[in-house]
Design a protein around this ligand. Structure first.
Ligand code: ZN
Length: 112
């Protein structure tokens, strides 16, 4: 059900922003899904369409960006992309720590 809550949150935020900009319609939402988040963009979109019916968001599209999972090296501070079964820093070989990148689910902007 977390997808449902996210969808409702985004409908509300986009409607508020459209109203604040004096727009009658929301054309599209630019959203980011981390590749490691447990959200499905398709499921969020389905709930979004339901929640958006009859509001300024009705018929709005999702422009989805998938963010890559990044690790941070505890020794040298390097930020690097996590690869399958590979967690080591390419510079110094220390095991990287997880970061927020790759887990986020965010509405970054709307187009009206
Ligand atoms: Zn390092």
């Amino acid at each position: 059900m977390h997808e449902y809550h996210k969808a409702v949150e985004w409908v509300n935020r986009a409607n508020e922003e459209a109203a604040a900009r004096g727009a009658a319609k929301v054309k599209a939402l630019n959203v980011v899904f981390g590749e490691c988040s447990d959200y499905s963009p398709e499921v969020v979109k389905n709930y979004f369409d339901e929640a958006a019916a009859g509001t300024a968001c009705e018929g709005a599209e999702f422009h989805v960006t998938v963010s890559r999972s990044m690790l941070k090296c505890p020794q040298c501070g390097k930020l690097f992309e996590k690869k399958l079964l590979e967690y080591r820093c390419p510079d110094c070989g220390a095991e990287g720590n997880p970061t927020e990148s790759g887990n986020e689910v965010e509405l970054t902007s709307i187009e009206v």
